[in-house]
Design a protein around this ligand. Structure first.
Ligand SMILES: Nc1ncnc2c1ncn2[C@@H]1O[C@H](COP(=O)(O)OP(=O)(O)OP(=O)(O)O)[C@@H](O)[C@H]1O
Ligand SMILES: [Mg+2]
Length: 486
């Protein structure tokens, strides 16, 4: 290969690594850095020049007896999954990450090691922005609510925004819970304080406590004095996303924060006062979560002073046309297009369809279609990928059948007539539709996990959904990504 080919390949590879949401750090057999992506530089607050071409222990210091996981991988072939590591950069700043580290072999020899890192301390934490509203992108004004049900929810949210009460937001995935939480913060007297959000399903159980409550030096090997997210949200709002994923003993600890307004870091002896408003979301019925032991009743009563229940999109069809218009307008700006709407028949299908992924799914359908458009003005069925189109056409056909039977013409469809066929070829009646959707979702998720060897972030990217949403679906259909890891 000519030298310029090597250079351009390296450039391509670097561009690919820089586009990832996870930190990537690759060392050779000597522990010298050969790749270091942008996200890793962000996480470690280092510049690439400081790290590239140097030995890792010249650049970072590791308080933990085990030392660097990367060096451990090149020296002993050690692999690690989801290990929390705290170390220091050259300026002495503590960095905490959750890592996956593995050695790379060629001809039976270790030639280097790869570390993939998530920065747990800032996972989904929205930092202050130039707008003065700490990290909030949405206000109530950006929430579309035409249906009476959604207007009612918005009205309750407006009233709750004026107070300091905890709010529990319950709704299926993609219904707009995060949007409401951000809107609540932006409309509250705390709007100039921080808005910190943490998805509890996205971090391993063993790490939740340290992340939320903070740690004191010596609490465990390598522990440093570090505030948790509760303290970081002081003066502002903390959103605990997917509260039902929080381990029960920690729910008791959280309750204490709510009742006594103090927080005690892991391994610390003293309580620190905090002034935080807690918002929490759940995507399942709290009653069921309590009965099945995933949610402590006492925490529920304390948090649900105000409960906002966001209805699924299928129960508020009035919101569909304005949401479609809203997404088209936004994407017209982003893509430089002049789309003016969708065909009436497609809108009917949107209204007939039951949207298991709710508003997010609708948004993705519009976005997918507009990606395929050039100078056409109207979105039609031809702009949709085959599987989406089939589902929508099916929804229209089903509705036609329901209408026909409602007019007393149901007898035209004898009971033993072949009904609409599921992708599996099984005959399908109304009540099993959800099961088929779940089966279909399960097989899509399994394929994506197989292709990505159980890497949830990567699988989410391939499926065009957020990591959080994928986690939700994995639980919903009972698929364990660990089973796909090598
Ligand atoms: N009423 C609405 N108006 C405008 N956009 C909306 C509305 N509801 C949802 N969206 C959009 O749908 C997407 C999903 O919303 P959001 O992230 O708030 O859902 P969620 O309920 O938190 O979902 P999950 O349970 O999966 O986390 C976002 O991109 C959001 O912009
Ligand atoms: Mg959410």
């Amino acid at each position: 290969m000519r030298p310029q080919d090597v250079d351009s390949r390296r450039l391509l590879l670097e561009a690919a690594l820089d586009a990832l949401d996870e930190g990537v750090h690759v060392v050779d057999a000597e522990g010298v850095t050969v790749f270091y992506n942008r996200k890793m530089a962000d996480i470690e607050a280092m510049s690439r020049q400081d790290v590239m071409g140097r030995r890792i222990d010249d650049v970072f210091s590791f308080p933990d007896a085990a030392g660097s996981t990367l060096l451990d991988a090149v020296r002993r072939g050690a692999r690690r999954d989801d290990v929390r590591q705290t170390y220091f950069n050259r300026r002495g700043q503590a960095i905490t990450t959750v890592n996956r580290t593995f050695p790379v072999y060629a001809d039976g020899r270790i030639v280097g090691a790869v570390e993939i890192a998530r920065d747990v301390t800032s996972v989904e934490q929205l930092r202050s922005t130039a707008f003065g509203q700490a990290g909030v992108r949405y206000t109530f004004a950006s929430i579309i609510a035409e249906s009476p049900a959604m207007r009612e929810v918005l009205e309750q949210a407006r009233r709750a925004a004026r107070t300091d009460s905890s709010v529990l937001i319950v709704g299926e995935t993609g219904t707009g819970k995060e949007l409401l939480a951000q809107g609540l913060h932006a409309a509250s007297p705390r709007r100039d304080g921080p808005f910190v959000s943490q998805n509890l399903a996205a971090i391993p159980d063993t790490l939740v406590e340290g992340i939320l409550f903070g740690t004191a030096r010596g609490a465990f090997t390598g522990a440093v004095d570090r505030p948790g997210l509760i303290e970081q949200a002081n003066g502002g709002t903390l959103l605990l996303d997917e509260l039902n994923a929080m381990p029960a003993p920690l729910q008791a600890k959280l309750l204490r924060v709510l009742q006594e307004r103090v927080v005690r870091r892991v391994g610390d002896l003293k309580d620190r006062p905090v002034d935080v408003r807690i918002l929490a979301t759940m995507n399942e019925d709290p009653g069921r979560a309590i009965r099945e032991g995933r949610l402590r009743a006492d925490l529920f009563y304390r948090l649900s002073v105000v409960t906002l229940t966001v209805p699924p999109l299928r129960s508020r069809p009035e919101d569909i046309p304005p949401l479609v218009a809203h997404f088209i307008a936004r994407l017209n700006r982003a893509f430089g297009l002049r789309v003016d709407g969708c065909e009436p028949r497609l809108m009917e299908a949107f209204i007939a369809y039951d949207w298991p992924g709710n508003v997010r799914e609708l948004e993705h359908v519009i976005e997918g279609a507009m990606n395929l458009m050039e100078d056409e003005q109207t979105i039609g069925f031809q702009h949709l990928p085959g599987h989406v189109r089939r589902r929508l056409e099916q929804a229209l056909a089903d509705e036609g059948r329901v209408e026909a039977s409602a007019r007393g013409a149901g007898a035209e469809v004898p009971d033993d007539a072949p009904r609409r066929q599921a992708p599996t070829g099984r005959p399908e009646a109304g009540p099993t539709f959800r099961h088929l959707i779940r089966d279909y979702a399960r097989s899509l998720l399994q394929d994506a996990l197989r292709e990505t060897r159980g890497n949830v972030s990567e699988a989410a990217r391939r499926l065009g959904m957020s990591r959080q949403n994928l986690q939700y679906w994995l639980r919903e259909v009972g698929v364990d990504p660990a089973a796909y890891r090598r």
